[in-house]
Unconditional design. Structure first.
Length: 215
């Protein structure tokens, strides 16, 4: 079973609240992007300004160059999961992922388009979740490069039980293909946040990934 996770990418606290308000009526699992302005080229709302409604399952996508610098703040927020990029300071990640698990927070990693799964096999083995990232760091949109679906198979060869996420360009045209390719969590930013009616778009995406295939 796959799920749609509305994504929030906001430059400041005011825009963050607007994004929260837009999806609060229907959101269950939510993907929140934060950036240090270093790993990703744009700054986002700060970790000290992050909040969410009670009952949400929240995944925080930390686009940061130095994971250990932000770890304790992230742990104190008590999200369901934190996702760090393997292209950050990779030497920090084994202990960072282990610390998250000690606090009953799922440990996630993300792979940029150029990263080959076999090059980070030990981290994939340790992770609860691996996110295939095909978007543009720090921006809504991007293109869902479906050639990257091959990574799903390669990741599963390393860790058959790991949850697979996808970030970048998810829309009504490709959501079903992504789920059929083995993606468990489709993180959807612009297609929902920029829709005329966010709730209607979310419902359409849920229907799309749950439709029955036709031979």
């Amino acid at each position: 079973m796959s799920s749609i996770a509305p994504a929030i990418l906001a430059e400041n606290a005011e825009l963050y609240k607007q994004a929260i308000d837009k999806i609060q009526p229907f959101a269950q699992r939510v993907h929140i992007d934060v950036s240090d302005g270093n790993f990703a080229p744009t700054f986002t709302v700060g970790l000290n300004e992050i909040w969410w409604p009670e009952g949400w399952e929240v995944d925080i996508h930390a686009m940061v160059a130095q994971p250990t610098e932000h770890l304790q703040t992230l742990v104190q927020l008590k999200p369901s999961m934190v996702i760090f990029h393997v292209e950050a300071d990779v030497a920090q990640l084994p202990s960072v992922l282990a610390t998250l698990k000690q606090y009953d927070i799922k440990a996630g990693i993300s792979l940029l388009r150029s990263t080959v799964p076999s090059s980070v096999a030990s981290l994939i083995e340790q992770a609860d979740h691996v996110m295939v990232f095909t978007g543009e760091l720090g921006r809504y949109g991007g293109t869902a490069n479906l050639m990257q679906l091959e990574k799903v198979r390669l990741i599963k060869q390393i860790n058959p039980d790991v949850e697979i996420g996808w970030d970048g360009g998810v829309n009504l045209d490709n959501a079903y293909t992504l789920t059929q390719g083995g993606v468990n969590v489709l993180n959807v930013g612009g297609a929902i946040q920029k829709a005329e009616d966010a709730g209607v778009m979310y419902a359409k995406l849920v229907d799309e990934i749950n439709k029955q295939g036709v031979l």
